[in-house]
Structure formats: structure tokens, C-alpha cells
Design a protein. Structure first.
Length: 287
């Protein structure tokens, strides 16, 4: 039985959650002074922890114009469409995991929104001490313009990075719900995303680390389902740990457990063995 929720209910719910997040981010816009003070704290903390400088990563990537242009395109175009495609695919192909995915994303995005409101943060491209540039403005495509207090995009909602948080969870969910040996290649998505957000000067390392910490706490509470409600085409349903596999499938037939036999008393006539009719024999008799 599928655990897929009705689409007529699910679609408006997901849209409502996303719009609440977008307008919630806008409510924290315009906090220029606090955003720069927090950026100074984050930058100092990263140097105290001896994390590699984001400016060094950007300088390394900008040695190739083709590479930095590709990274700009990845940052600008992959984040949101990838999440939409991921949710649609999980809804139709992995309904047993879909509700878990939706709840994890709801809590992760809500936690990120709360931190956006509490800790406005100027990204490296807007923090002079970082000495980094907005690569989107230099090479295109540009995602942001000059920060304005009344703009729809809150450029100070950098902590935590949902680019990183969403990308990491997409990889985790696909690895958990799929069985292909190539499923580990999904880790390339968060790795590329981390490189993109740092090289383009949109996020600090700490933004991604905090997003991953939030995700780890949420996943510790919301565990993935032990058994998918509906496996994909050609796949058997996953049996949870400790659950015996009660049926052995061989050549398309199910082998029933052998009945318990009671030994006959001594001297009693031995009955002739009774042939067990197989599905093939029954089919021949009916023809």
C-alpha cells in the first residue's frame, strides 16, 4: 500500500511553506550594521580555527575563466530547480520516503529562517576584510545587485547556507532510498555546491558547517523509514533490520515452508509419497 499523500493537498502545502520562508527572509532585510559586525566575528572565528581562506579558494578558481563561469552558472541555476526535481521524483518514485523527506526539509528550512532572523550576516563579497569579489558581477550571470533595505532578496541571509544544507540532504536521501551502486555519485552535488558558494563569495565555510550541523540534529530525530511503502520498478521492498524474509522467490514462484511431519509408528504401513502439485501442473490440468 502506497503512503503517497494526495497531490491536491501536498502541492499547496509545499508552496505555502516555501513562500513563508521567502517572505520571512525579507523581514530580516536591511540590518546592515549587525550583518557586518557578525561577518567580522565569523571571519575571526574561522581564522582562529585555521580554516582555509575563502579568498584563496576564489583566487585559485579564477585562474580559469571557463571554470569560474561554469561555477557561476551552477550557483545561479541549480539550487532551486534541483530541489523541485528531487521532491517530484521522491513523491512519484519513492513514496515510502517522501514524507520523511518533506518533514526533514521543513525543519531544516525553518531552522535556517530562524537563524537568518537572529544572525544577519554580510557574505564575503560584501565584507571588505575578506577581499573577495562577486564573480557573478564580473563574469555573469549576476544573482544579486547592490543590497537595498526594501529589496525582495535579503543578501544578509547568509547564515546558514541552505544551498549547502539542501544539497547535502538531497545526496543523503537519494543514497538512502536508492540501491544502485552508482548512487554514491550524488555526493558530487554537495561537493560542487560547497565549492560554488565559497568561490563566488556568497558564503563562508561556517555557513555550510552550521547548515550541516542543523541537518545532523534533525536526521538524528527524524530517521529514514526502515521499509519503503512502495519500491521502485523492478525492486523488492526493503526489509527492516531484524525482520525475517519469510518467502524465498525462485523462478517466479513462492516456495511455501515444508509442513511438519509426524513419524509413523513401527510396523505401520508406509504410505506412498504424495506428489505435490506445482503451479505448472495445475495449469496443465486446466488446459
Amino acid at each position: 500500500m502506497s503512503s503517497r499523500p494526495p497531490l491536491i493537498r501536498e502541492l499547496p502545502l509545499v508552496i505555502a511553506l516555501y513562500m513563508a520562508y521567502k517572505f520571512g527572509r525579507r523581514a530580516a532585510n536591511g540590518q546592515f550594521r549587525d550583518a557586518h559586525e557578525n561577518a567580522d566575528l565569523v571571519w575571526g572565528l574561522e581564522r582562529a580555527l585555521r580554516l582555509p581562506s575563502e579568498a584563496w579558494v576564489q583566487d585559485l578558481v579564477m585562474r580559469s575563466e571557463v571554470l569560474i563561469r561554469g561555477i557561476n552558472v551552477y550557483y545561479a541555476t541549480v539550487h532551486f530547480p534541483a530541489m523541485v526535481i528531487f521532491l517530484v521524483w521522491m513523491y512519484w518514485r519513492r513514496p515510502g520516503h517522501y514524507l520523511w523527506v518533506r518533514w526533514v526539509l521543513t525543519w531544516l528550512t525553518s531552522a535556517a529562517l530562524v537563524l537568518h532572523l537572529l544572525v544577519p550576516l554580510a557574505p564575503p563579497r560584501l565584507f571588505g576584510e575578506a577581499r573577495m569579489v562577486d564573480t557573478g558581477l564580473l563574469y555573469g550571470p549576476a544573482v544579486y545587485g547592490k543590497p537595498e533595505p526594501d529589496s525582495m532578496a535579503n543578501q544578509f541571509a547568509a547564515m546558514p547556507s541552505l544551498h549547502v544544507g539542501w544539497a547535502v540532504f538531497i545526496a543523503i536521501a537519494l543514497i538512502v532510498s536508492c540501491r544502485s551502486r552508482l548512487r554514491w555519485l550524488w555526493l558530487l552535488h554537495p561537493l560542487t555546491t560547497i565549492l560554488a558558494v565559497v568561490a563566488t563569495a556568497h558564503h563562508y565555510w561556517m555557513d555550510g558547517l552550521v547548515a550541516c550541523a542543523f541537518l545532523a540534529v534533525i536526521l538524528a530525530v527524524l530517521r529514514p523509514p526502515r521499509k519503503a511503502a512502495a519500491a521502485g520498478p523492478g525492486e523488492r521492498a526493503t526489509v527492516g533490520a531484524g525482520e525475517p524474509d519469510t518467502a524465498a522467490v525462485t523462478d517466479g514462484t513462492v516456495a511455501a515452508p515444508a509442513p511438519h511431519e509426524t513419524p509413523a509408528p513401527e510396523g505401520a504401513p508406509t504410505a506412498a509419497p504424495t506428489a505435490v502439485a506445482t503451479p505448472t501442473d495445475l495449469a496443465r490440468r486446466e488446459t
